[in-house]
Design a protein around this ligand. Structure first.
Ligand code: PHE
Length: 339
């Protein structure tokens, strides 16, 4: 018995473990209920009475030594853990990744900001619309090509329900529901049945403007748009209005600004003309006012509509329109510092 104890004492004094699992295995081997030391305690019954004192002392020494050794190893491991990165409270924190505003939101917000300074407020309308608000009220004749299946998404075989092709549909709603004076912007998403490529998409974004009051003239429209162009693209920006046609405005025009990439000298972006088109506009057609219950003999007004992607392109020179809807973080991260 004494020999066995001494042998174990020697063994226990040299215990070593590489990790917590090994340490636990050692504890089980020596100190658990069925461990080698406990086994010796069981055998203690059979020790002759005269030897009990000596053997008992030795056995206790063995048990304490083993317990101390295992505690010592345990402390060493928990010491290691304290120097671990995870629990080092003095370590500097991981940098927080900031979210970014989408470039189209940045541009939309800037447009809203500029017009809000001259009294425009905001309204929104549904993207799924009826024929009347998108076309009928806006003076599109029944056979107008814009209603053609080529351009418009119709919903569930019901030709009366469409995805709006322009934010002018909000004009019809607002003019029907509110009395002049009306001075409002309608930002939103619009849909057209186009093949998706770098320069066209089946959805894009517009900001529409509408001003209805007594004695509103074309000069007021021109002044508001010139103010916008200079605020958006800089004091040196020139504008020009070209006669155009929309069913819901008369007269109608398209507005170009001097190309802000080459400063008007001519470059591939402006196709060497020095000008880029940014919006459609005109005086609200009296038929439209009447369709919406506004007396065209008392009131007149102007409207304009611009593509947000187009303005964003001029500002950020995004070569491929699809970038705006792909949510590639490498693209979006470039707008991190903008607000
Ligand atoms: N709705 C026209 C378009 O989508 C733009 C426009 C708006 C033109 C208001 C005139 C007045 O092209």
């Amino acid at each position: 018995m004494k020999n066995r104890i001494n042998q174990l004492l020697e063994e226990v004094n040299q215990l070593a473990a590489a990790n917590q699992d090994e340490l636990e295995a050692l504890r089980i081997k020596y100190l658990s209920k069925k461990g080698q030391i406990s086994e010796l305690f069981n055998d203690f019954r059979n020790v002759a009475n005269e030897d009990k004192r000596d053997v008992g002392q030795l056995l206790n020494e063995l048990k304490n030594t083993a317990q101390n050794k295992i505690n010592e190893l345990k402390d060493a491991f928990s010491g290691n853990e304290n120097t671990d990165n995870k629990t080092d409270l003095t370590r500097s924190a991981d940098p927080i990744k900031l979210g970014t505003r989408h470039p189209l939101s940045l541009v939309k917000n800037e447009i809203i900001d500029i017009f809000s300074r001259i009294g425009f407020t905001i309204a929104e309308g549904p993207e799924i619309e009826d024929d009347w608000h998108v076309f009928g009220a806006l003076n599109f004749s029944p056979e107008h090509p814009a209603r053609d299946m080529q351009d418009t998404f119709f919903i569930e075989q019901n030709p009366d329900v469409v995805l709006r092709t322009h934010t002018s549909s909000v004009q019809s709603r607002v003019m029907t529901n509110q009395k002049p004076p009306i001075r409002m912007l309608f930002p939103g998403r619009v849909y057209r049945n186009e093949a998706i490529s770098y320069r066209a998409h089946c959805f894009f974004h517009q900001v529409e403007g509408l001003y209805i009051d007594k004695d509103v003239s074309f000069a007021d429209l021109k002044q508001a748009l010139m103010y916008f162009a200079k605020e958006m693209f800089g004091e040196n920006t020139d504008i020009r209005l070209r006669p155009s046609y929309f069913p819901f405005t008369e007269p109608s025009a398209e507005m170009d600004i001097s190309c802000n990439i080459c400063g008007g000298k001519g470059c591939p972006f402006c196709k060497h003309t020095g000008w880029v088109e940014i919006l459609g506009c005109g005086m609200v057609d009296p038929n439209v006012l009447e369709n919406c219950g506004i007396d065209s003999k008392i009131f007149s007004g102007y409207a304009f509509g611009m593509g947000v992607e187009r303005i964003a392109n001029l500002k950020y020179q995004v070569k491929d329109l699809r970038m705006f809807s792909e949510n590639d973080v490498r693209f979006l991260q470039q707008f991190e510092s903008a607000y």
